[in-house]
Ligand binder design. Structure first.
Ligand code: ATP
Ligand code: MG
Length: 872
């Protein structure tokens, strides 16, 4: 069975069991402050488990793109070293939301594995939660045990502890006991020697967990306590790559048809073969794994960057580059060349890959290029640092600096040190690392108290498209605190007119007011687990009184103008530049808007003007907003709306149309484009290979922009006292200026000419030498010019010129070349000597040298001393 069929068979099976098949959620999570990447299939259903929202379908199945490189589930360091952990992998899952429970979950899993996939039941082991005696005091999962007992001999049902058999997504949230299914892939001889049961959950590469059935029945609260959920749910996750290994009769995920094309391509690029040398094999596994994580992240709209999720992606790619650099000995970009191979293998199941192949390739190539440069630099720095090292141990803090400032990986440092016969002070490195970690941790640490629920079972309604004010009921609140924001309260009330941050648009601000005029300000609004959460510095004094929630109308109006303008900008870019332009991110604030899009080159002045003009024409047409709040996705797409990659859409979507611009959008907008007032681009720049960024302003900000410019102009005009046309005035000023410059230059030339004549008359003959030591009113370059001109006319010249400039003293000494040789004179040595009189120093060539000093009072003495060099 090839991997495509294996995936399809899973989905077909659960469709047959009345499950709704849904698409994978994006791997990069945009609007959840608690999670950067999807790390399990259940993430996108968190709100259903918590009971915030009811799923339209009680049963769902899918394949979910997961990434386990940060937070509670982080497998990064294992990847490549073992053969069954990946950074990015597909998790096949089936879910019940308050519908079926353990019995069905267990028997269907068994049926699928043994009857559809035809895995030999003798090779399977299952685990059951044994209970815990710690503070949770959980009982053994007897129910699951009993169901398994009806299916599989008891000696293959194993008891497991909390670590393996109690699944939690993070420190807080839905969780519960689980039952895993393991498969023993060893040969008959190996099995005869060692019993498979003793190898379950022992990190044996051929006795591995393939499927985990989680029975979600608790919510882990902030104080660590478990609270039973009102309903019980099933959440299962099966590792697709591991399943393929089991079904394709191979012993490593990398030997399946999922990875083989990538590995073969790497063999072609490098001329090396997989399976001969463990170090090479690890590198090949690392690269063929990481290309998937990076490509899928970029396809989801997450570019490598220096912060947050972008930085995690950058580090994954850098890990791959470094393995290639060190173990495959490739010092030029090559990983990007795997992109077409990956698209070929996975593009059908994940069209976001094929549609963005070019972009993915460009971004990876550019990243490789710049990191390879960093590596080279790092190598140099390392060399230098070793030269300064006394003894044979490199300072751990130095190594940390290389790691932290230059992105130079520590294991590479260690490797190079080893090759050169040095060792690393690991403790020093660890200390520096820990210090930095605790610094950044305490900066980002969030503590959340539990929700205090005032009203149970009421769901929240958003009325912010139509109203900016509503009388509301407080449902629940809690205290949270972060280093950055300090203590804040989160409030959930209904209905709410507050727009939560999302789709690039910032959250609303405003206030809550009690009937007696007590006010609590709302500083931000965000969505969390499908609830709209309002952030306030203080609670309203009386929580029982009816409250009025009021959105800051000014901020909302300016934000809406920017959001609508963003849509028009998108439309304009596709018109002016072409339909290859795709939105790659946007930030809609009240003061400005930012729009990132794919395009291969810098935009020209004309293109920018055309874009501005296009948008402003749409504004002038005063197009009305045409909003459709709930339209089936398919229909919206048919009407011409574009879905963005990496965005999660429901079956019904909202569309926003202004004339011919139509977008899927949940944001707030102006009623007519005329309300945008005016659109002005303030910058255009590159943010990554093939990605450009435009920043622009509208409404009040555009008005301010023009008013400020107008004010500047008025001031300029008033400086010209009555001159009507400022441009003409500036032009004539420039002309006048140029004329004056010319005059000054010719005057200076004249002055220099007469000075030259004056000086030649002052030459004094000292032992056959034309000698002159004199103060002049020139700057350094004027003195030099003068000296060289005189030098061109006389060939036995000894000249010392001195000047005072800006409180400092300058000396120039010129000696004709024949004298330099014949009389053994050296201008450089002479100015150094004379420099003492002016408290300074200098130098130069034997025939011309200069000195500078901070004591102009010494000039006279220096001039007097000059004669001594020739009269001795
Ligand atoms: P393991 O102990 O092997 O790391 P896990 O307990 O972390 O697995 P779960 O969190 O229960 O795994 O995830 C469900 C399934 O997803 C696992 O049974 C396994 O098949 C698969 N899986 C988990 N982590 C990875 C990974 N890093 N790469 C590939 N598959 C994975
Ligand atoms: Mg794990």
């Amino acid at each position: 069975m090839n991997s495509k069929n294996i995936r399809a068979a899973f989905l077909d099976f659960f469709e047959g069991k009345k499950h709704k098949i849904v698409a994978s959620a994006p791997m990069v999570i945009k609007d959840d402050p608690t999670l950067m990447f999807t790390n399990a299939g259940m993430n996108q259903f968190k709100e259903f488990f918590l009971g915030n929202t009811r799923s339209k379908y009680p049963r769902i199945a899918d394949t979910q793109k997961c990434l386990r490189v940060s937070g509670k589930h982080n497998d990064l360091e294992e990847v490549g070293k073992d053969t069954y952990h990946h950074t990015m992998f597909e998790m096949l899952g089936n879910w019940s939301f308050g519908d079926y429970f353990k019995k069905e979950a267990i028997s269907w899993a068994w049926e699928l594995l043994t009857e559809v996939y035809k895995i030999d039941p003798e090779t399977l082991y299952v685990t059951v939660f044994e209970g815990s005696t710690d503070e949770d005091q959980l009982e053994m999962d007897q129910e699951a045990y009993d169901f398994w007992k009806g299916i599989i001999p008891e000696e293959r049902i194993l008891m497991g502890d909390k670590k393996d058999n109690f699944w939690e997504m993070g420190d807080q949230g839905p969780c519960g006991p689980c039952s895993e299914i393991h498969v023993d892939l060893r040969s008959a001889e190996e099995k005869a020697e060692v019993n498979g049961a003793s190898l379950v959950n022992q990190d044996h590469p051929h006795v591995i967990e393939i499927w985990n059935l989680v029975f979600i029945q608790y919510n882990r609260k902030s104080n660590g306590q478990l609270e039973p959920l009102p309903e019980k749910h099933v959440d299962t996750g099966m590792g697709f790559e591991r399943l393929c290994m089991a079904l394709q009769g191979v012993k490593s995920n990398y030997d399946t048809d999922i990875f083989q094309p990538l590995i073969q391509a790497l063999e072609r690029f490098t001329g090396l073969s997989y399976g001969k040398d463990e170090a090479v094999d690890v590198a090949i596994r690392v690269i063929s794994d990481h290309i998937r994580a990076v490509a899928f992240a970029i396809a989801d709209g997450q570019l490598p960057s220096n912060t947050g999720a972008g930085y995690v992606i950058r580090r994954i790619l850098r890990r791959a580059i470094r393995y290639g650099f060190t173990f495959l000995n490739i010092q030029e970009p090559f990983i990007y060349k795997l992109t077409p191979v990956l698209t070929e293998a996975m593009g059908e199941a994940f069209p976001e890959l094929s549609e963005q192949q070019q972009l993915i390739e460009n971004v990876i190539r550019e990243e490789e290029h710049s990191f390879l440069k960093t590596l080279e630099q790092g190598l140099l720095l390392l060399e230098q640092s070793l030269k300064k090292t006394k003894g044979k141990v490199m300072d751990g803090r130095k190594a940390f600096e290389l790691y932290d400032t230059y992105g130079f990986p520590i294991d590479l440092t260690a490797l190079i040190l080893e090759e050169k016969g040095y060792s690393l002070d690991e403790q020093g490195f660890e200390e520096a690392m820990q210090e930095q970690k605790s610094r950044s941790k305490s900066a980002s640490e969030v503590t959340k108290e539990d929700w205090i629920v005032l009203k149970q079972g009421t769901s929240q309604e958003f009325v912010g498209y139509d109203q900016l004010e509503a009388s509301v009921n407080l449902l629940k609140y809690r205290k949270v605190s972060t280093k950055k924001e300090g203590e804040q309260y989160q409030l959930v009330f209904t209905p709410t007119p507050f727009y939560p941050e999302g789709g690039g648009q910032v959250g609303d601000k405003g206030y809550l007011e009690t009937p007696d005029g007590d006010v609590a300000y709302i500083v931000d609004t965000k969505r969390e687990n499908n609830e709209i959460v309002h952030f306030a510095k203080e609670l309203p004094k009386d929580l029982e009184l009816p409250l009025t929630a009021v959105v800051d109308a000014g901020q909302r109006r300016r934000t809406a103008a920017n959001h609508s303008a963003t849509h028009l900008l998108h439309q304009a870019l596709r018109k002016v530049l072409g339909t290859h332009v795709e939105q790659k991110g946007s930030a809609v604030h009240s003061r400005y808007l930012r729009f990132d899009f794919s395009h291969f080159s810098k935009m020209t002045e004309e293109e920018l003007e055309q874009v501005e003009q296009f948008v402003n024409e749409r504004i002038q047409e005063n197009l009305p907003l045409q909003e459709n709040r709930a339209i089936p996705m398919q229909e919206a797409l048919q009407q011409g709306a574009m879905a963005l990659f990496g965005e999660k859409y429901g079956e019904e979507v909202r569309t926003i149309r202004f004339g011919e611009s139509i977008e899927l959008c949940g944001g707030t907008h102006v009623n007519r484009t005329g309300d945008i007032w005016h659109f002005k681009i303030v910058s255009e720049s590159a943010i990554a290979a093939g990605i450009r960024r435009i920043e622009a302003i509208t409404s009040d900000a555009a008005r301010n922009y023009y008013e400020e410019h107008l004010q500047d102009l008025q001031e300029i005009k008033s400086l010209f006292k009555g001159g009507k046309n400022a441009v003409e005035s500036v032009k004539s000023l420039q002309e006048e200026n140029a004329q004056l410059k010319k005059e000054i230059e010719s005057l200076l030339r004249e002055k220099a000419g007469s000075l030259k004549q004056e000086l030649s008359r002052e030459f004094e003959e000292v032992g056959g030498i034309n000698f002159l030591a004199r103060k002049v009113d020139l700057d350094a370059s004027g003195m030099k010019d003068l000296a060289f001109e005189l030098g061109g006319q006389y060939d036995n010249l000894f000249l010392l010129l001195a000047a005072e400039q800006g409180g400092k003293a300058l000396l120039s000494c010129y000696i004709s070349k024949p004298l330099v040789e014949k009389n053994k004179l050296n201008a450089g040595a002479i100015v150094r000597e004379l420099g003492k009189y002016i408290s300074g120093g200098g130098g130069g060539q034997p025939f011309f040298a200069t000195a500078g000093g901070k004591n102009p009072d010494g000039i006279q003495k220096a001039l007097e001393a000059a004669r001594s060099f020739i009269s001795e």
